[in-house]
Every structure is written in structure tokens, then in C-alpha cells.
Write a protein that binds this ligand. Structure first.
Ligand code: SF4
Length: 338
């Protein structure tokens, strides 16, 4: 690990002023960044600690929106009564992430900015194989290697990694927005478009190679808060499929919200996790289900159709079936019929 400077910020604005382009990393809970530094994934010359900033932790209702400060921990979000009442999928996703100890440290702001769990990527430098995310131009060992946990949407030959965050999937399902702060002032993005697939990064071709560019965050920007529109009468749920029931990343996850009127689907929103480098909304299924009876066969059929353009790799075709089942179960659980 390299030597680095350390500064403790008193406000997020103070943190931005203390940061220096390209050489600074923000740290809050530290549950992810310290791994990057240990493995040689990141070697910042300066750490600016925002973990002691006293505001941006609050969870409150403002009009028809739920506002969650980025420095709230996963356990604080998951156990909050307002979140459980109005954004059940997010509460469940937070409490299904990592271990209890990590959830007590990890913040919602940091969680959505974690990096892929691709095993070729998460190894100590120097790597004995190609990984374009670590060493641009070195190739992608997962493309023809162990890729059972990798993408079925949005990938390119340069990288087939997926995003591992649970809360990110729920936030995308619930149409949350993310409030950013940076040297050029505040701005707001939809959580759904905060991250980029490799295909999107290739199409945009700015700042970094496609394997490395993962989000629309600008240099020195940080997340201040999330806003989630409250949809009265709509319930949501989060399903996580993993190899063991605790402290494990998802093979597939699904968040869904459902509003039923007169026995028919008035609105549904469905997002998949661990299928791409960002949450994957099944917009075709959401449209197809409006006006239908929310029974298993109808929901499964619409979701299977929406998954028709998946591009599985050699070892992850199972994800298509697993995603269809998880998303169906999330919709039916949200509607109280599973
Ligand atoms: Fe590296 Fe991406 Fe390939 Fe994994 S999938 S080896 S992170 S380039």
C-alpha cells in the first residue's frame, strides 16, 4: 500500500474543496475502498474522509418523496420505518447486503459505487491474467474463462462484469434520483442511468476506456442524497438468489413494485441485478402487464418475453431462467400473492 495524505472533512462542500482531481478518493464507511487499496485497484495520493460529516445521514419524508442522506448506513436505511413503509424493496435489499457488521459501517452512498466482484478483477496486483478494468488493453480473462457470474446484458468483448450492489437494484426499480455535489455545483441524475453498461460506455467513449468507465459521476463528484417518489397504494419487494443465505453476493436479484386496482395491474416496475453493469429494468414486461391479472403464469410469460434479448456467455445461460423466476417472485411478493 502506498503512502497517502489524509484529511477529515466537516461538510461535503469542505470535502470537495479538499479533493484534488485524479489523486483523491473520498472515504466514508471504508468497507470497499480499503479493499481496493489493499489489492492495488486504487492508489490514491489523498483520502478525504466524509465519515465524520454530521449531516446527510437523515431519512425523512418531504412532500411525496422519501429523502435518504448518502451517509446513512445500510442498517439505518433497512431498519427505518419510513423506508419500510414506502420503499420496502430498498429496506429488504439493504438488510440482505453483506454482513451485519459491514452494514453498520457501509453507507448507501458508497454501496452503489462499489466495484464488480469479478474474481479476475479482485486479485492482488500484479495480475497474471488480462483484465481491462485493471490494466487497459490487457484483455478480459472472464470473456472465455470463468464467467458464470457475469453479464447477460450490455457487455462487450472488453469486459463482461456486473454491478454487485443490492440497494442499487431497488433504487432503480423505485425510480429514485441521486443528488450529486461537485466542483461545478449540484446536479441530479436518475439512479437508473447513474451507471453505464460496457456498450453504453463504448458508445459514449469519453474520459476512459469502456471497461473502466462505470458511471456518469464526474471527477471529484460525490453522492449527497437519494430521493424516492412515494407511490401511495404501491408495494415493493426484493428477491436475492445466492449460494448461501448470508454475507454473499447475488447470483441474480430482482426488485419489483406493484399497484393493483380492481384486481388488475395498474402499474408495475421491475429491475434485475447481477445481469449487467447497471440495474436492468424490464420495461417491456412492465408495459405488457398493465391491465392483466397478477397471476404467476401471466407475470412469468411477460418477464420471459422481456428477457428474450439476453446475450448469455458460455457458463451463465442459467441466469435467464433464474432471472425470470426471481422477477416473477418479486412481482407476486410485492402484490402479496406469493
Ligand atoms: Fe476484468 Fe471486466 Fe474481464 Fe472481469 S469481466 S476480467 S473485470 S475486464
Amino acid at each position: 500500500m502506498n503512502n497517502f495524505d489524509y484529511a477529515r472533512a466537516t461538510t461535503l462542500q469542505d470535502a470537495i474543496q479538499r479533493s484534488q482531481d485524479g489523486s483523491t478518493q473520498y472515504i466514508a464507511g471504508g468497507t470497499e475502498l480499503l479493499n481496493w487499496m489493499r489489492l492495488g485497484i486504487s492508489e490514491p495520493a489523498r483520502l478525504v474522509d466524509i465519515g465524520f460529516v454530521s449531516d446527510h445521514r437523515e431519512i425523512k419524508r418531504e412532500g411525496n418523496e422519501l429523502v435518504i442522506g448518502a451517509l446513512a448506513t445500510l442498517n439505518e436505511v433497512g431498519e427505518n420505518a419510513l423506508v419500510n413503509q414506502h420503499a420496502g424493496a430498498l429496506a429488504q435489499a439493504c438488510l440482505k447486503a453483506a454482513s451485519a457488521q459491514i452494514r453498520n459501517r457501509a453507507t448507501l452512498g458508497g454501496n452503489v459505487l462499489q466495484k464488480t466482484r469479478c474474481a479476475y478483477f479482485r486479485s492482488e496486483a500484479p495480475l497474471p491474467w488480462g483484465c481491462n478494468k485493471r490494466v487497459p488493453g490487457s484483455g478480459c480473462a472472464a470473456l472465455e474463462g470463468l464467467n458464470e457470474r457475469h453479464a447477460i446484458f450490455g457487455w462487450t468483448d472488453a469486459c463482461v462484469a456486473v454491478h454487485p450492489s443490492d440497494p442499487l437494484v431497488a433504487l432503480a426499480c423505485l425510480d429514485a434520483t441521486v443528488q450529486l455535489m461537485g466542483p461545478q455545483g449540484p446536479r441530479t441524475l436518475e439512479v437508473r442511468s447513474l451507471h453505464l453498461t460496457q456498450e453504453e460506455a463504448r458508445a459514449e467513449r469519453s474520459r476512459a476506456p469502456e471497461a473502466q468507465r462505470e458511471s456518469r459521476l464526474r471527477p471529484q463528484e460525490l453522492i449527497a442524497a437519494y430521493r424516492i417518489p412515494i407511490a401511495d397504494g404501491e408495494r415493493s419487494a426484493y428477491i436475492k438468489v445466492r449460494e448461501r443465505d448470508s454475507y454473499e453476493y447475488a447470483l441474480i436479484s430482482a426488485a419489483a413494485s406493484l399497484q393493483i386496482k380492481d384486481g388488475k395491474v395498474a402499474r408495475t416496475r421491475i429491475a434485475l441485478g447481477s445481469v449487467a453493469q447497471r440495474p436492468w429494468r424490464l420495461l417491456a414486461a412492465e408495459q405488457a402487464l398493465i391491465g392483466s391479472t397478477p397471476d404467476k403464469q401471466a407475470v412469468l410469460a411477460a418477464i420471459r418475453t422481456a428477457l428474450g434479448d439476453a446475450k448469455p456467455l458460455e457458463h451463465n445461460r442459467y441466469k435467464i431462467t433464474m432471472a425470470a423466476n426471481a422477477a416473477t417472485r418479486a412481482v407476486l411478493t410485492a402484490g402479496g400473492v406469493a
